[in-house]
Design a protein around this ligand. Sequence first.
Ligand code: ZN
Length: 244
Amino acid sequence: MTPPHPVLGSAAAAASMAALALGYRAGFGARSQGFGPFPYHGSTGARVVALTFDDGPNEPWTSRLLDVLGGREVPATFFQVGRCAQRHPDVTRRVLAEGHVLGNHSLSHAFRRYLTDPRQDEEVRGGQEVLAEVSGVTPLLYRPPWLCHWPWVLGGVARSGSAVVSGTFAHPLEVVQPAARRLTDGAVRRAEPGAMLILHDGREARGGNRAQTVAAVGPLVDRLRARGYTFTTVDRLLGVPAYR
Ligand SMILES: [Zn+2]
């Protein structure tokens, strides 16, 4: 075998890297619409935002977060993982009882389950069914783990009768818990009319310490209110039903 021509070889490698990068961006970018509608924003000019929390319930952090939100009378949207809701069903029920909205964030949050169409159906519907058993409502808002919106993911969401939801990461490193002050600063900077700010009260289906996120939320609410913002939930912001 002859080795590839060095120039052509590197051009081909560069081209395939570029194609990969584009595919990744189309399939995972929070704002990319390449495979179909992937709403990341409500269409409003008013100073209103939706705070969203993914990967819970996860104790004691979800309960502490509910205390912070309740103390400030801020409604939020919780995209919960089915397996986590099975671990903490009482916390899932508390989310609803306190006026927040419950969304679906898959059954298991497992990356390998993204790879085929039937598995994706199991993830979307499985999450929906577990959350329905636990809470008594069937969520129709679906935020895919890692915001993956490959065509078969969008297909699975549509087949479940759900609406897919993206958002804006409140801080690019929030998942790994930098200091609360940095999280608050980042989230205040990214807030704009109609934004759905993404934070995490867990990490995938594994739980973990979310102290910095919990500590960031009170000051975030206070600073946004000082700028004239009010808070709503994703279903109201997008004008779609939260439950079947
Ligand atoms: Zn997630």
